[in-house]
Design a protein around this ligand. Structure first.
Ligand code: ATP
Ligand code: MG
Length: 372
């Protein structure tokens, strides 16, 4: 009831023109236990409506979702995980911290290569706070019309003030990146300035999360606005092991050597591990197998590594040669024959053939043949 009355009071204050007080009450409610906040919403039938649109394309610039935490957890190095927990605590205990002048603006910037879990992190944060996630793909904000980008930005920030939420600016560099390639330099500076102004205009307790693959493109002034900066990197050995385990489920890890998988997948992102696991699981189900074939899994991993390394393997022959060269221990003539439904002799022939990548592969093929 207290929360319902607080919500009513906020509405009343707002309609009387006291937006500041109304906002303060709503922010306080946002940090109240989730049950209170949703009771408030239910009482008012409140939902986000009238999504902002780009004046030029008329497409929505914001997407509203309510992430849940049940799908595969986010696996991060402990130092990063701790920092994220500090960010969440800073939001939950904002008032207590503010009282002694120790509250930090609730703004987090995640940066790192593609597929390292930045978008998943935003969902994780919204899920933990039990708040809706307002996702803004920043590239959709960038308009070719003069002044439209800044207008789009302002609408998005204003929109985020309607009710408690996590405002997530994805592909954040699109705004900063636009500075390099626009015709009109004045327009670029205006976008960055507009971004700074919008960030400064929202209360420090507004939860703002931004993600970028290109942190070096960001303007230093924008960089400074984020009190929590989270580097998202490719997973190390121990994390890769956990990622393999998580994404191979419900197939048991007992028949698979996770240590081998973790070692072989050095340099790969969480997204690629997930992809390889999904493909392998799909293969197992479609061929009515009760377990995951380790060789198939390592084969998919090898092909994924080749692809991310920019190697085009367009024929069975090139795949066979690559796998044998990459992890000869796991791709003997017999295994390759079984995987590709070819005879050992055919595999030997393929491995012997001269390739553009040269004598190294050839030498290895001969060695394997001798072993066989
Ligand atoms: N550390 C991780 N823990 C768990 N899952 C992960 C991790 N990193 C990546 N993934 C998985 O990889 C997929 C891609 O992650 P996500 O979209 O969050 O990456 P991203 O960093 O936002 O990439 P991009 O820069 O391309 O947008 C997700 O489905 C996620 O489940
Ligand atoms: Mg992303």
């Amino acid at each position: 009831m207290a929360s319902n009355y607080a919500g009513l009071l906020a509405d009343k204050l707002e309609s009387d023109g006291d937006k500041r007080q109304a906002r303060m009450i709503r922010e306080r409610l946002a940090r109240a236990p989730a049950a209170l906040a949703s009771a408030q919403d239910a009482a008012h039938g409140f939902s986000f409506s009238n999504l902002p649109t780009d004046g030029e394309s008329h497409l929505h610039t914001v997407d509203v979702s309510t992430p849940s935490l049940d799908k595969g957890s986010l696996l991060l190095p402990s130092a990063v995980e701790n920092r994220i927990q500090e960010f969440l605590a800073n939001i939950r205990r904002y008032d207590d911290l503010a009282r002694v002048g120790a509250a930090m603006p609730s703004r987090l910037l995640a940066y790192g290569p593609p597929g390292t879990g930045k978008t998943k992190l935003a969902r994780y944060i919204a899920g933990h706070l039990e708040l809706p996630l307002l996702t803004v793909r920043c590239d959709t904000l960038v308009s070719s019309l003069l002044g439209q980008t800044s207008r789009n930005l302002r609408r998005v920030f204003e929109y985020s003030q309607q009710r408690p939420c996590v405002l997530f600016l994805d592909e954040f560099d699109a705004l900063a990146g636009a500075r390099g390639n626009e015709r009109d330099v004045g327009e670029l500076q205006r976008v960055v300035i507009a971004l700074l102004q919008n960030i400064d205009a929202i209360p420090e307790s507004t939860i703002l999360v931004a993600a970028t693959n290109h942190d070096q493109l960001l303007d230093p002034a924008i960089w400074r606005r984020f009190s929590f900066r989270i580097p998202m990197a490719e997973p190390d050995l121990a994390l890769r092991r956990m990622l393999w385990k998580q994404y191979l489920e419900p197939f048991s890890a007992e028949q698979l050597d996770l240590d081998v998988l973790a070692q072989l997948s050095d340099g790969i992102t969480g997204a690629n591990i997930e992809q390889v696991c999904l493909d392998t699981k799909r293969g197992a189900v479609l061929s009515n197998a009760s377990s995951v074939d380790e060789n198939q899994l390592i084969r998919r991993l090898g092909l994924n590594l080749a692809l991310t390394g920019g190697r085009v393997l367009s024929t069975v022959e090139s795949e066979v040669r690559w796998l044998n060269g990459w992890a000869p221990k796991y791709f003997s003539l017999r295994t390759l024959g079984r995987l590709y439904d070819l005879s050992t002799r055919q595999i030997t022939k393929i491995l012997k053939e001269e390739t553009s990548s040269g004598p190294q592969e050839h030498a290895r093929a001969t060695a394997v043949e001798c072993e066989g």
